[in-house]
Design a binder for this molecule. Structure first.
Ligand code: PEP
Ligand code: MG
Length: 947
């Protein structure tokens, strides 16, 4: 009934928990973010006296890693690094409360902020012996965003702030390197022009005007690298950039450094609400009220000469989790060059030769960071004239495979406990061990056209799309797409979400493309230098091979290989072993899967069931660890072959006789299916829901099919049309469905109950004497009388069949809670029911008054305005629907303390909803078979987090 929602929430929260403070409390507070609301406990601590908005780091440090609510992840970790003696350039963090104030007060700042910033700047000046805005020895700063959860590349950053026509000369003198000073100045003007003054490329196909001017200049000089530009060239570029700004904005580039700082602060705060940040927040369930902190930090310079460099490093490989020092750097460059992927950097191991001392320093920092934070760190560094500085550290974004491997291996290294290891694996990561791989047979004949860096594992095949917009359009048409870009920018996020995979010709493993792909669980190959992408010609060229937009390409994000054309993929090893009984090979994935599942089962208290309607689905779910069926939608058993016709015959019947005739044909199918399910489930509980057909889903809409149906049923075409008309409902979702069908046509309930008990009798009495535990479930109940009506039929038929077959079947009868009235009167209903199962698809629909079938019309706007934090059909609306569930649990258990409680809506496979179900005291969650492993892990995490 419900299209499975696009669900990509990787629950990065777990991986982002600062493990050094382990300190479960910190982790708990952080991870149960869905239940948090402002003001935070930290914020409250500061009320009463003048509120502290600014927190210094450096020789005097006010914060620590546990203060990410207030300082954002970046600010909190800068403070932590400063306090453990790592070489962090000094600075200060403007707290997230300034951001919330700013948005609550029509873009105004707290009155005291101005004075506080001046004081904080003074402290930095004193530590460094430099002065902000002074001609002599000027202090330059970076201004960076920093939310509680890192949102890489989604918000704005400004570097080299504090440069103007005067201070550039001072920097040239102080550094003895005029080329470097002018390089900083031209970079700053470009960034400021982009971020603060709003100058951008006009379309996806066009270049940014500053970049265009730079490329034009290089072309005219017949040079390819920025480092070949001389001081004079850079001065010329500065002139051109300033003229560009004046022309495009009718404003001069500001020379007043305080004006620059306030401009940057406003832009960074403003970027909290830019489109890509909003999309990102939706994706990861980050509440918009959190706001971002802003970090102002003294600049150090990786572009100060040939003993200078800048880079990004990971303490372990973020793509596969291997314990190797991983990362990349650029000589004589600034950080943005690495992250933006405009130049393909060197691998970190090259530094052993080019800068051996710096490599050793860096490796020491790597070890210290990992031991301290007890998690894989992704850190940015700058080497200025041989001296190492660390600019930021965070728990590194990683692929699902890496998340699992790092957690398991860190536990084996005794860096973390089993419980912490479990908490560190975003539950969705388990899916990465189940992702398809290219079919080895198909690979033999595939044409390799190039290689890139493997940046997001898995196999992806799709039509080439060169822009994010094309990717989105093609996907909406139902086509699979691989987004191919020279490099990606954060604006491509939406297109990336729509793509099977991402291929870039430039950029390294820490480029934006790689970072985001990893986090989204997308297949990604980046920095494929032999590939040439022309947006103009709409072609991708690799040697002599030319592929056009819309043609197929395949990429393997585990190996970095790029293939021409489409390639079949096949199941992962874990699936082959679990579902088809293959012998595990020596590969990692199966071992990791088993370890994590074993640990999860040890800690969780929620049972995991599955929603399965066929023996195949049930078999898969059991292989994945399902402990029962929580929902068998019996109407789904009638979609196949002739069955749909009998079902339609039954729906179209005008009287009981006709209906009985159709039901008689359906009974053997139904019985056979139940036998299949009972056998596969081998004594595990099987919840069978009686018919719940919103009629429109079963009746043919097309006249050709209607005519065929008339012929098959031997009735006139007009009869079918008239009958369909007479059954028409304006609101079928709220119409003749659920228990209303069984109340209107008791013979349907009778037939289904008979099928269940006849099947049970046959299985129980069969050779293998398999136990059967059916749990019969009545849908869409709102009044206890509805339940009583159906219970009478079920118990009567059960008695009749058991007597006739001389068998006893252990069964229970319960109801779904799918409408608010059922939740509100749960105490009355519980008197009649043996169990409740929350049908949160309908409960969301009926509580929010929101159709689960057509949210399309307004949903985009709702997302843009952040009215819904997340799609309420994907992640439970805990503040609304959740309250009804809590009420029903409380009322139900008051009447029957042992009342069995479960959930079988789509939310049962969503980790944060599972956390809610645990807290609400449910006994089980029932999700689709492929989600069972995720649910097992999420259930264990819920237990650990809430204990
Ligand atoms: C539900 O409403 O949550 C449910 C499981 O039932 P269905 O999706 O079949 O309506
Ligand atoms: Mg329902």
């Amino acid at each position: 009934m419900l299209n499975p929602p696009l669900f990509l929430n990787l629950g990065g929260s777990v991986a982002n928990c600062t493990a050094n403070l382990f300190d479960f409390k910190v982790c708990n507070r952080y991870m149960s973010k869905a239940s948090q609301s402002r003001p935070s406990s930290l914020a409250r601590k500061h009320t009463g006296k003048a509120k502290k908005y600014i927190f210094a780091f450096g020789s005097k440090t006010d914060g620590n890693a546990g203060m990410r609510e207030l300082l954002g992840g970046k600010g909190a970790n800068l403070a932590e690094m400063a306090s453990i003696g790592l070489p962090v350039p000094p600075g200060f963090t403007i707290s997230t409360e300034v951001c919330t104030y700013y948005y609550d007060h029509e873009m105004r700042y707290p009155p005291a902020l101005k004075k506080d910033i001046v004081t904080a700047l003074k402290q930095v000046e004193t530590q460094l012996g430099k002065k902000f805005g002074a001609r002599q020895n000027p202090l330059l700063v970076s201004v960076r965003s920093g939310a509680r959860d890192s949102m890489p590349g989604m918000m704005d950053t400004i570097l080299n702030l504090g440069l103007n026509d005067q201070t550039v000369e001072g920097l040239a003198e102080a550094s003895g390197n005029p080329r470097f000073a002018w390089d900083c100045y031209r970079r700053f003007i470009q960034m400021y022009g982009n971020v603060v003054m709003g100058i951008h490329a006009k379309s996806e196909e066009e270049e940014d005007p500053f970049h265009e001017a730079l490329e034009k200049l290089k072309k005219s000089l017949a040079i390819t690298s920025d480092t070949e530009l001389t001081t004079e060239h850079l001065k010329d570029l500065v002139k051109q950039y300033k003229a560009l700004i004046a022309k495009l904005t009718r404003e001069a580039f500001p020379q007043d450094v305080m004006q620059q700082l306030w401009g940057a602060l406003g832009a960074v705060l403003g970027s909290w609400k830019n489109e890509r940040a909003i999309i990102y927040r939706q994706q990861y369930g980050i509440p918009s009220e959190w706001g971002t902190a802003v970090n102002v930090q003294a600049m150090v310079f990786g572009n100060a000469g040939d003993q200078s460099a800048t880079g990004v490093a990971f303490t372990r490989d973020p793509a596969n989790g291997e314990k190797v020092f991983y990362g990349e750097y650029l000589m004589n460059a600034q950080g943005e060059d690495v992250v933006a992927g405009v130049r393909t950097p060197h691998g970190i191991s090259d530094m052993k030769n080019s800068m051996p001392k710096s490599y050793r320093d860096l490796n020491n920092v790597r070890n210290k960071l990992e031991r301290h934070f007890r998690d894989m760190q992704d850190f940015e560094f700058t080497i200025e004239n041989g001296r190492l500085f660390i600019l930021q550290t965070r728990n590194g974004k990683r692929t699902g495979l890496a998340a699992v491997r790092i957690a398991v291996e860190m536990q084996r290294e005794r860096l973390i406990s089993q419980k912490i290891a479990l908490l560190k694996i975003p539950a969705e990561s388990i899916d990465s061990l189940l992702v398809p791989v290219f079919d080895p047979k198909a690979l033999k004949s595939a044409t390799i056209i190039g290689y890139g860096l493997p940046a997001g594992p898995g196999a992806a095949t799709g039509r080439i799309a060169f822009t994010a917009a094309t990717a989105e359009i093609e996907t909406r048409k139902g086509n699979k797409v691989v987004l191919c870009r020279t490099e990606t920018s954060p604006d491509d996020l939406k297109g990336m979400l729509h793509s099977q995979g991402i291929l870039t010709s430039r950029g390294g493993v820490s480029s934006h493309a790689a970072l985001v792909a990893r986090q989204l669980g997308k297949v990604c190959v980046c920095g494929a230098g032999e590939i040439n992408i022309s947006y103009e010609k709409r072609t991708l060229t690799a040697g002599k091979v030319v592929i056009r937009e819309g043609e197929y390409i395949s990429i393997d994000g585990s190996t970095g290989v790029i293939y021409k054309g489409a390639i079949e993929s096949t199941d992962s090893e874990v699936k082959r072993v679990l579902e088809r009984g293959f012998k595990p090979t020596s590969s990692l994935t199966y071992g990791l899967f088993q370890t994590v599942m074993k640990w999860a089962d040890k800690y969780r208290s929620l049972k995991i069931r599955t929603n399965a309607d066929t023996p195949e689905m049930a078999r898969q779910a059991v292989a994945f660890g399902a402990e029962g069926i929580g929902l068998c939608r019996t109407e789904h058993m009638f979609f196949d072959g002739d069955r749909i016709d009998y079902m339609r015959q039954m729906i179209l019947a005008v009287d009981e006789v006709q209906r009985h005739a159709a039901l008689k044909k359906l009974l053997p199918f139904q019985r056979k299916d139940f036998i299949g399910l009972f056998k596969v489930m081998n004594g595990r509980p099987v919840t069978i829901r009686l018919l719940d057909p919103p009629l429109h889903e079963f009746l043919p809409h097309d006249d050709v099919v209607r005519r065929q149906l008339a012929e098959k049923l031997g009735v006139p075409f007009d009869f079918v049309i008239d009958r369909i008309k007479s059954l028409h409902e304006e609101n079928p979702m709220l119409g003749c469905r659920g228990c209303r069908v069984g109340i209107l046509y008791p013979e349907i309930t009778e037939m289904q109950t008979r099928a269940i008990f006849e099947a049970a009798a046959q299985v129980v009495k069969g050779k293998k004497r398999i136990q059967v535990n059916p749990e019969i479930m009545i849908p869409l109940v709102g009044f206890k009388e509805e339940l009583i009506d159906q219970l009478r039929i079920v118990h009567r038929v059960a008695r009749e069949v058991m007597k006739a077959k001389k068998v006893r079947v252990n069964y229970i009868v319960g109801t779904m809670i799918e409408v608010p009235r059922a939740a509100i009167t749960a105490d009355e209903i519980a008197k009649e029911a043996d169990f409740f199962s929350f049908g949160t698809n309908d409960l969301t629909q009926t509580t929010l008054g929101l159709s689960r079938d057509d949210m399309g019309l307004f949903y985009d706007e709702y997302q843009r305005k952040e009215i819904y934090n997340q799609n309420p059909f994907a992640s439970l609306d805990q503040a609304g629907v959740g309250k009804l569930i809590n009420l029903a649990v409380e009322k139900g258990r008051t009447v029957k303390p042992e009342l069995k409680l479960g959930i079988c809506g789509e939310h049962a496979g969503d980790p944060s909803s599972i956390d809610f179900c645990h807290r609400a005291g449910l006994n089980y969650v029932s999700c689709s078979p492929p989600r069972v492993p995720v649910a097992r892990l999420a259930a264990a995490q819920a237990k650990l987090r809430n204990s």
